[in-house]
Design a protein around this ligand. Sequence first.
Ligand code: KIV
Length: 620
Amino acid sequence: MATAIRTPFFSPTTTTRSPSSQNQPLLRLHFPHSSKPKFSISCSSQSQSQSQSQPQSQPEPLRQRPPYIPNHIPDSSYVRIFDTTLRDGEQSPGASMTSKEKLDIARQLAKLGVDIIEAGFPAASKDDFEAVKMIATEVGNAVDENGYVPVICGLSRCNEKDIQRAWDAVKHAKRPRVHTFIATSSIHMEYKLRMTREQVIEKARSMVAFARSLGCQDVEFSPEDAGRSDREFLYQILGEVIKAGATTLNIPDTVGITMPSEFGKLIADIKANTPGVENVIISTHCQNDLGLSTANTIEGARAGARQLEVTINGIGERAGNASLEEVVMALKCGGHIFNNLHTGINTRHIYMTSKMVEEYSGLQLQPHKALVGANAFAHESGIHQDGMLKHKGTYEIISPEDIGLERTNEAGIVLGKLSGRHAMRKRLEELGYELKDDQVESLFWRFKAVAEQKKRITDADLRALVSDEVFQAEPIWKLADIQVTCGTLGLSTATVKLVGDDGSTHVACSVGTGPVDSAYKAVDLIVKEPATLLEYSMVAVTEGIDAIATTRVLIRGESNHASTHTLTGESVQRTFSGTGAGMDVVVSSVKAYIAAINKMLSFKETPSAEKIPVNASNVS
Ligand code: KIV
């Protein structure tokens, strides 16, 4: 029997979620169906909460999305939402996604109605290039009945090779955009770029002009680390790139250091002092190092920014970015102080988009995350529950339905082994999942198998099954069978049978320190792609001995799977997450491991000869 070697030693821990951290509101109240006009939202202001009429949602007049012109918005109170989940979000450690996952997310972002999708950094790797190109081709041409189609944007550093690569990826879209950036703070210019101010201006100017010369009519420029850049220098470089043809100027607080009032003033100063600024759109990009990204973004909008860069769930580099859901809902709720700024976001798709990004990125939400966390609409204390029963406006400023989270099982359906497809699908729709027929079909058989063993299928069980069946990378390897022996009497042993994408079956067995370790080693013997297990966690999604266990793992390949880091230009070893669910903890664990391996195997890196470092050697 062959034995695989794995270091470091790993011992999984299992935790059971307390009821308060499950994905369900704790207080489950039954309310009648409310009419659901498009885009209707109510934020419970003081006057509304004094009124006793329920439910809270009040239809708002539908406000139109203005026609898309790169450097001008015909409606001065319209704010463009630029989503960078697939670029800055994917830069979060462990958040690597496959091309198919990125395409699914891009489609969902289009449903949500974002104006611009930053689909990736095409020069980072072959994989990133192909994903951006596929999104540009498919999502970037799916014009809806109102003429809406998202702009598809690709990021590039300020060099011809990157810009050409970004253009080659996005040009397939109906509305392509190239976004190029160079650092403008003294610390970045001196230590990272080793360039003078004059060189930086010339580089920015010539590269924006180069992007325009390729035929790109929509060019965004970002002075990286603008929050710490000299103001006069900013006005100068921004004025130059406007002359060179930039249509959007994005102002990043790259290290998340500015205070909200400071960031608002930065935007106002740029609007007041940059020559030619009336011909471009000003944008914000706020990192969350001090937890101020949403506040800064909102202050930017108040000061005149009309494009806001955000990510779903606030994922991103380090502490992340401003979160789309927070920014959009804050603009809605603060309409009275923001002169009724409005966006084109259909907020009822927020919850589903958040879940999809959570599953695909492997970055789990904290239960108390604003709006989309498991506890965001849960009311546990007696006083709060009493208030809620008397009037929802006492403790809820937004109704969960407005972000696509149904409060109750309105049809009163209890799911169990006698339930049919229709009932399961209805409940999934109520939970915000819109699945295709084939997805419902495969989910239904999993549902039936679980229902045979469990009396009642809860919402948490359904969510776990959806993430295991639907939110998965393309299967290269699939688990067919597994058999383990473990205990105190001998070595833990696992026999694993996997099916490859060509239909061939492979069997291996291994010993290990426990059943999961031996099973993972057996998988390694078949897959033959060395990986290090970085994280392993398991939660039981409901209480009780018959709970479904969801496992999440994070792995790093031991050879290749590198890409170029957007900001530093360094080669980074990607990490890949995977999830699995099942009533058997070992099966759940092995599925998660295989899911992560499938992601890793589908990643294509760029040959090292084609990589460009970030420093003065790129100046010429
Ligand atoms: O944080 C940052 O500065 C960026 C830019 C590339 C916009 O991500």
